[in-house]
Design a protein around this ligand. Structure first.
Ligand code: ATP
Ligand code: ATP
Ligand code: MG
Ligand code: MG
Length: 873
C-alpha cells in the first residue's frame, strides 16, 4: 500500500457541504487490492484485539458490531482504513464520524475520506491508519497506546484553547462564520467590514488601558479601595524597612507577592512572623523589585465572571489536591484520582489530569512531605498553589447563590477597571453574604479570564458564558457577514465576476473580488496571479474594508481544499464545458458538474442560484439545487425559459436586441445590447451571455434597473479593465484581437464572434495547452481550422508535461479535420508570432491572437499602435 497524497479540506467540498473539515487521502492499495479482509487469515481477530472499540461502528449493517461483520465477510482495505482513522481519533478524544471511501478511475487507487476535528491530528490519523492496517495484515505488533497519546499531544499543540473554542462554537451555532488568524488563538468572527476579533477572552473592543490597570495589582486595589470595594489592606514594599512599616500597620497574618506575578509564582501565603516575611520578601523579589504585602484573608477562592458589565457566572475554585486515607502515599493517591473518568489529557475532558511538577514538589517540601509520604485519613494535601483547571484544579458553580449586593459590586468593578470581559478573584468564606459582612475581599481582577471553570464545572450547573460574549459582539440586528456572490463555470467566470463587481462598485459598495488575474479591492489589484481558490476568497473576506465580495471560484481550489466560504448569497454557474478533463480524477462532464455543484450547494436556501438555460449540464443539475433558481438564456424560445415564464419565475433573456429581466411574462428591459460595449456591438454572443448572468445576479441582489444599465454602459472592454477578454486594437490597415480562449468552448465563442466580423483575411495565432486531453487540443485545432484563413501555431510558456512537437501534432491533426485546407506555420514564441502576423497584415486583415501571456501581447500591440501614431503625427 502507498499513500499517494493527503489533502486537508477546510471548506464545503465535493464530498460534503455541511462537513467542511475532511481529510482526503489518495491511497494505492497495490498488491492488497487483491486481498479483501476475509482472505487474510486472522485479520478480523487482530483488528478486534487492537481496537476493540470499533465494535461501536455499525457501518452499512446498521447494528452494533456491523463493521466487524463486514470485515468478516470481506471488505476492501481502504474501507477498513477509513474506519480505523475515525476510531483512533475518537479514542483520542476527537469524536467525529463521517467517512467515505471510493475507488478512483485508476483501479486499486482509492480516495479515503474522513472527518477531523483538528487538522494536524487528522493527517496523523491518516498516516497511522495505513500503518496500522499494514501491521494487521502482516501480523506485526503495533503500539496503539503510543499512537493515541501522539494524537492527543498533536491536538493539544494545535487546537484552540477551551475559552476561544467555546466562543467559536457559539458563533457557529448562530451561523456566524469564523477564520483563525495565524497559528494562535486569534480569531475573526464574521466577514469584511462586519468582522469582530477576539483572542482567548480578549475582544477587539477590550480596552488596552483597562488591561493595563488589571495587570497592575496595586493600582487595581487602590482604584477599588477608593470606590469602597473591599480589598486586602497593605502596600508596596521594596526593602526590610518598608516591610516592617506595613506589617506594623496591618498586622499578621500576611501575604507577600510580586507586583506583576501570575500563577502564584513567588508568593508566600499566610505568613505569621517577621523572619518568614523577610524570606518571603526576598523570594518575591526574584520576580519583581516591588512586592505587595497585604492582609491574609481567610476563606475560599471564588471567581466572578462579568461580561459586558453583567455578571454571568460565579465559581468556587479548588486547587488540585488529594485527600488522605491513611493507607496510600501521595503518588498513589494522585494515580487513583487520575483514574477519575472526568479527568483527561489537556482540555479534552471536564478536568485535567494531575501531574507532579516543581510547584507540587515545593508545596510538599513546605509540609516536609515527599511523594512517598502517607497523609492521614481525611487530610487534604494541596498539590498546586493556584486553582487553575489546567493544572488539575476543580471548580464548583455558585452563580445562583451570589448575594445581589455582590452582583452589584462585581458589575461596578468591571466598569471601574473598564473591562468588557472581566474575571474577578475573590477570597471569602462565601458569596451568599455581602463581602463587607463576610470579611472577604477582592484579590485581583483578570483580563482574559478562562471560561472552562464555568463551561464545565466539576460540580453544579454548566454555564454557557460564550453566549454573552457573542451577544456583545453581535447584538440583535448587527450583521456578521457581507453579501457574497460566487461565480463558477468553465468559461466566462472572470468576465462575469468583473462585470458584477463593476455594478456593485457603482452602487456605492466597497467591493472585494477575486479572479484568475488577481485579487482586487475596488480598482486596486492587490495580488497578481490565479487567485480563484479558498485562500484568495479568505483574503477578501478578511479585509476589514470590504463591504461586498464577488468571488471567482474555480475548479482547482475546490478540489484542493474546498471553498473558502461556508455559504454565499448568490451562486452563478456560467456553463459546464470540456476543459481540464482527465485531471484530478475528473474524467467527464458529469464529474465536472459535481465539482461546480459545490458552489451551487453552498448557496443559502433563501439565496439564488443563477443558471444558464442554454447549457445542457447546468440544466441537468437543476433538480438537485436547494436554493431558489433564476435562469438566463440567449434564446427566449429555450424550453426551460418558457417553462419558467409560465411558472411566473424570474429570468434574464436576450430578446429583440435587449437585455431583459422577465418575471413570468412581464418584461423589464434593462438596456439594448448594442449599448453595452463589452458585447462588441452585440456581435459577441458569449459576452452577451456573461452580461445576462451578471445583470440577473445584480437584479436579484436588489440593485435598480437604471443602476445596472448605467454600469453595463460604462464597462469598457479595455485592456485595463478586462485584459485578454476580447480586446480589439485598431490599426490603419488592420485589427488585432487579443483573447484568452483556451478550450473548445472558448474557441467556439470566438468562432461565433468572427462570423460577424468583416475582413479580407483572418489570421489566427493559436496553441494547445499541455495538460488538456488529446481530443480537446485536437478540437481546438479543428475550430481554428474552420474560423481562420491562415494560422500561426505558437507554444505555451509552460508545456505542462508534453513536448512542443506532440502538442503541435495534435493541433495540426485537428486543423486538418476542419475540411478546408488552411495553410499554417509554426513560430514558437508568442511575441515573435504576433510580430510576424502584424508584418504580414494587409488592408482589411483581422488578426486573432489567442494569447498565453496576455499582458506581454497587449504591451507589444500597444507599442506598435503608438509607433503608427508617431509616424502619422
Ligand atoms: P493567578 O495568576 O493564578 O491568578 P496570581 O499570581 O495572580 O495567580 P493571586 O491571584 O494574587 O496571584 O493569588 C494567587 C492565590 O493566592 C489566590 O488565588 C489565593 O488563593 C492566594 N492569595 C493571594 N492573596 C491572598 C490574600 N491576601 N489572602 C489570602 N489568600 C491570598
Ligand atoms: P479561466 O478558467 O481561465 O479563469 P474564465 O472562466 O474566468 O476562464 P474568462 O476569463 O471570463 O473565463 O474568459 C476566458 C475566455 O473564455 C474568453 O476570452 C472567451 O474566449 C471565452 N469566454 C468567455 N465567456 C464565455 C462564455 N460565456 N461562453 C463561452 N466562452 C466564453
Ligand atoms: Mg490570580
Ligand atoms: Mg478566470
Amino acid at each position: 500500500m502507498k499513500i499517494e497524497k493527503i489533502q486537508v479540506l477546510r471548506g464545503p467540498n465535493i464530498w460534503s457541504i455541511r462537513r467542511p473539515n475532511l481529510i482526503q487521502m489518495r491511497l494505492d492499495l497495490e498488491e492488497i487490492e487483491h486481498l479483501p479482509t476475509n482472505k487474510i487469515p486472522g485479520f478480523r481477530e487482530r483488528l478486534e484485539r487492537l481496537i476493540p472499540s470499533l465494535i461501536t461502528h455499525r457501518c452499512s449493517e446498521g447494528v452494533e458490531g456491523g463493521f466487524f461483520q463486514r470485515v468478516e465477510m470481506g471488505t476492501w482495505m481502504g474501507h477498513v482504513i477509513e474506519h480505523i482513522a475515525l476510531e483512533i481519533q475518537t479514542v483520542a478524544g476527537m469524536d467525529t464520524g463521517f467517512g467515505r471511501t471510493r475507488e478512483t478511475k485508476t483501479p486499486g487507487v482509492y480516495n479515503v475520506v474522513f472527518s477531523y476535528l483538528e487538522e494536524n491530528s487528522g493527517v496523523y490519523a491518516a498516516e497511522q491508519s495505513v500503518e496500522i492496517a499494514r501491521c494487521l495484515i502482516e501480523n506485526i505488533d503495533y503500539d496503539i497506546d503510543a499512537c493515541i497519546q501522539n494524537l492527543r499531544e498533536i491536538r493539544e499543540r494545535h487546537r484552540l484553547g477551551p475559552s476561544t473554542g467555546s466562543i467559536v462554537e457559539e458563533a457557529v451555532s448562530r451561523r456566524i462564520p469564523w477564520i483563525r488568524l495565524g497559528r494562535n488563538s486569534l480569531v475573526q468572527l464574521g466577514y469584511g467590514v462586519n468582522q469582530q476579533r477576539f483572542q482567548a477572552t480578549i475582544t477587539g473592543n477590550t480596552s488596552s488601558i483597562a488591561v493595563e490597570i488589571a495587570c497592575n495589582k496595586e493600582l487595581t486595589k487602590r482604584m477599588l479601595d477608593q470606590a469602597a470595594i473591599p480589598v486586602p489592606s497593605g502596600d508596596l514594599v521594596s526593602d526590610e524597612e518598608g516591610l516592617r512599616t506595613v506589617i506594623e500597620k496591618i498586622g499578621y497574618p500576611i501575604v507577600l507577592k510580586p507586583l506583576d506575578g501570575n500563577h502564584g509564582k513567588g508568593s508566600s501565603i499566610n505568613v505569621n512572623d517577621f523572619e518568614t516575611a523577610l524570606i518571603g520578601l526576598q523570594h518575591a523579589q526574584n520576580f519583581s523589585q516591588n512586592v505587595i504585602v497585604e492582609r491574609y484573608i481567610t476563606g475560599y477562592d471564588f471567581r466572578i465572571l462579568v461580561i459586558n458589565h453583567k455578571m454571568v457566572a460565579a465559581a468556587r475554585r479548588v486547587p488540585a489536591h488529594v485527600i488522605g486515607d491513611g493507607k496510600l502515599d501521595i503518588q498513589e493517591l494522585i494515580d487513583k484520582e487520575n483514574l477519575n473518568p472526568l479527568r483527561g489529557y489537556g482540555h479534552e475532558k471536564v478536568l485535567t489530569e494531575i501531574t507532579v511538577d516543581k510547584d507540587t514538589n515545593e508545596l510538599l517540601e513546605k509540609l516536609h512531605y515527599t511523594l512517598k509520604s502517607v497523609p492521614k485519613n481525611g487530610e487534604i494535601v494541596y498539590l498546586k498553589s493556584t486553582a487553575n483547571l489546567s493544572t488539575g484544579g476543580t471548580s464548583i458553580d455558585v452563580t445562583d447563590m451570589v448575594h445581589p449586593e455582590n452582583v452589584t459590586m462585581a458589575e461596578r468593578v468591571s466598569r471601574i477597571i473598564g473591562l468588557d470581559v472581566c474575571g474577578i478573584d475573590i477570597m471569602a468564606e462565601n458569596l451568599t453574604q455581602p463581602l463587607k459582612e463576610s470579611g472577604g475581599a477582592i484579590l485581583e481582577v483578570n483580563a482574559a479570564p478562562g471560561f472552562r471553570m464555568h463551561l464545565a464545572p466539576s460540580e453544579g450547573l454548566p454555564r454557557n458564558v460564550a453566549a454573552p460574549v457573542v451577544d456583545m459582539l453581535y447584538p440583535p440586528g448587527k450583521p456578521a457577514k457581507i453579501p457574497i456572490i460566487a461565480v463558477t463555470g468553465t468559461n466566462g467566470k472572470t468576465t462575469t465576476t468583473r462585470l458584477i463587481a463593476h455594478i456593485v462598485k457603482n452602487n456605492g459598495y466597497r467591493v472585494g473580488f477575486t479572479t484568475s488575474d488577481g485579487i482586487y479591492i475596488q480598482n486596486v489589484m492587490l495580488t497578481k496571479g490565479d487567485t480563484t481558490g479558498p485562500i484568495s476568497a479568505e483574503f477578501v473576506l478578511k479585509d476589514p474594508t470590504v463591504e461586498f465580495a464577488v468571488l471567482e471560484t474555480a475548479r482547482g481550489g475546490i478540489l484542493r481544499s474546498g471553498l473558502g466560504f461556508k455559504s454565499c448569497d448568490i451562486g452563478v454557474l456560467t456553463n459546464i464545458k470540456e476543459d481540464h478533463l482527465g485531471m484530478n480524477d475528473i474524467h467527464n462532464l458529469r464529474d465536472l458538474t459535481k465539482v461546480k455543484q459545490v458552489v451551487m450547494d453552498s448557496v443559502k436556501k433563501d439565496g439564488w442560484s443563477v443558471m444558464n438555460a442554454d447549457d445542457e449540464y447546468s440544466m441537468r443539475l437543476m433538480p438537485e439545487l436547494e436554493s431558489r433558481v433564476a435562469l438566463f438564456s440567449l434564446d427566449e424560445e429555450n424550453p426551460h425559459m418558457k417553462k419558467y415564464a409560465k411558472e411566473g419565475k424570474i429570468s434574464c433573456v436576450y430578446e429583440e436586441g435587449f437585455i431583459t429581466i422577465k418575471k413570468g411574462d412581464w418584461k423589464i428591459r434593462i438596456i439594448k445590447a448594442t449599448h453595452v460595449p463589452i458585447t462588441m456591438e452585440a456581435k459577441a454572443k458569449f459576452m452577451i451571455a456573461n452580461v445576462l448572468a451578471a445583470s440577473l445576479s445584480a437584479y436579484l441582489h436588489g440593485f435598480a434597473i437604471d443602476d445596472i444599465a448605467n454600469s453595463l454602459r460604462t464597462f469598457i472592454p479595455s485592456p485595463a479593465l478586462t485584459p485578454g477578454r476580447l480586446n480589439i486594437f485598431k490599426f490603419k490597415k488592420f485589427q488585432v484581437l487579443i483573447d484568452f480562449a483556451h478550450n473548445p468552448a472558448g474557441y467556439e465563442a470566438i468562432e461565433e464572434y468572427l462570423k460577424n466580423v468583416e475582413a479580407t483575411k483572418k489570421i489566427g495565432i493559436i496553441s494547445g495547452v499541455g495538460d488538456r486531453r488529446d481530443e480537446d487540443i485536437r478540437q481546438c485545432g479543428k475550430i481554428a481550422g474552420r474560423m481562420f484563413d491562415y494560422i500561426i501555431i505558437r507554444n505555451e510558456k509552460h508545456l505542462r508535461g508534453r513536448t512542443e512537437d506532440e502538442i503541435n501534432e495534435l493541433i495540426i491533426t485537428g486543423m486538418q479535420q476542419a475540411g478546408k485546407n488552411v495553410s499554417y506555420e509554426i513560430i514558437p514564441k508568442e511575441i515573435e508570432a504576433l510580430k510576424h502576423a502584424m508584418s504580414m497584415a494587409e488592408e482589411g486583415t483581422f488578426i486573432t491572437a489567442l494569447s498565453d501571456v496576455v499582458t506581454n501581447a497587449i504591451d507589444l500591440v500597444q507599442e506598435y499602435q503608438n509607433r503608427e501614431l508617431l509616424e502619422e503625427g
